[in-house]
Design a protein around this ligand. Structure first.
Ligand code: P6P
Length: 335
């Protein structure tokens, strides 16, 4: 008889094993998982909502049809506001960060940075999307949170995770003690431990990049893509190209099967597209905790100091040997 470990039980177990994992942090993680279940329900019927929504501005319940990413954003914010363990959030959906009044007098010590529904444009074509989050300890002592609270380097993350709404819905997270994956069992409404202690393969046979930008990439990136195309049975090349166009899905595949995902700078976007604070930092923390590597082509993502909430950064992330090879060619052909 296989023992099923549900997420709440796992969180408590870890809290008992590691003193720095506090009860408020456990509560915050549970708040996130509950909201993820609610978002999952809406994402799974998105097609229906879209059909109904196109008939007007209200759905069958008479509710205003909301874009799913805004729905997800509001769902997570509501959970943090009522949960009382979070002093504020920086969200992809808001220009500035949001501070929560300490109505319950709980003096919350944590803050969240989040992309509530990354890749939401893929929903229309039924492609996997994801939620990405980081949790930090606030730097400010009390009162309303400050800009510095949200501009900490990724090395200061207390926890990070993602939810992938795909063929199944999974929550994958780390608190700095390895990476564990939980699959939602809809029949009991629980995230159950399905991928304990995830370790990314040291190398892989899949590279993931938007090939359409090839002509816009710097020389070293082009050389790496050419390297991926070369025939060399000893190093399992040519690699296969897979690009879902949803960061969470492309990185999740790399984490499980091995591989590299990269979104480099281009002539059009000199800092790339993906955001440091609420996309690249959490994914980098997770992949590094699983034994992988995440850099901007040279520097560790988690050591970069954010200047603004929505800073973009080039990213190379995945199996360490593959990321190192990409860095070697990028640095070798630097202008
Ligand atoms: P492109 C989705 O819109 C997203 O933010 C990431 O999830 C994804 O990796 C990237 O953009 C895809 O961007 O330019 O290749 O369509």
């Amino acid at each position: 008889m296989i023992k099923v470990t549900a997420l709440p039980e796992f969180i408590i177990q870890r809290e008992e094993e590691h003193t720095e994992l506090t009860a408020p942090l456990s509560t915050l993680l549970r708040d996130i998982s509950l909201s993820a279940k609610i978002v999952n329900r809406e994402v799974n019927k998105a097609g229906l909502v879209d059909i109904l929504g196109s008939a007007g501005t209200t759905n069958v319940q008479g509710e205003m049809v909301q874009k799913l990413d805004k729905f997800a954003n509001e769902r997570f914010i509501a959970a943090f506001q009522t949960g009382g363990e979070c002093c504020g959030i920086a969200s992809e959906e808001y220009e500035d960060f949001l501070c929560f009044e300490d109505h319950l007098g709980m003096h919350p010590k944590y803050l969240v940075t989040m992309d509530p529904l990354d890749g939401s444009s893929n929903i229309d074509v039924n492609v996997s999307v994801g939620t990405i989050f980081s949790i930090y300890s606030r730097l400010s002592e009390s009162g309303l949170c400050t800009p510095e609270d949200f501009l900490q380097p990724g090395t200061e993350q207390v926890a990070a995770g993602y939810v992938i709404y795909g063929s199944s819905t999974m929550l994958v997270y780390t608190t700095g003690h390895g990476v564990n994956g939980f699959t939602l069992d809809p029949s009991i409404g629980e995230f159950c431990l399905s991928h304990p202690d995830i370790k990314i393969p040291k190398t892989g046979k899949i590279y993931s990049v938007n090939q359409g930008n090839y002509d816009l990439f710097e020389e070293g990136v082009k050389r790496y893509i050419d390297y991926c195309h070369e025939s060399d049975p000893e190093t399992n090349r040519p690699y296969s190209h897979r690009y879902i166009g949803s960061m969470v899905a492309d990185i999740h595949r790399s984490l499980i099967k091995g591989g590299i995902f990269f979104y480099p700078a281009t002539k059009v976007s000199p800092r790339g597209k993906l955001r440091l604070v609420y996309e690249c930092n959490p994914m980098a923390f997770i992949v590094e905790q699983a034994g992988g590597r995440a850099t901007d082509g040279k520097n560790r993502i988690v050591e970069l100091k954010p200047n603004g909430l929505h800073d973009r950064v080039p990213i190379f992330i995945g199996s360490p040997d593959m990321v190192l090879k990409a860095e070697e060619l990028v640095q070798k052909h630097k202008p």
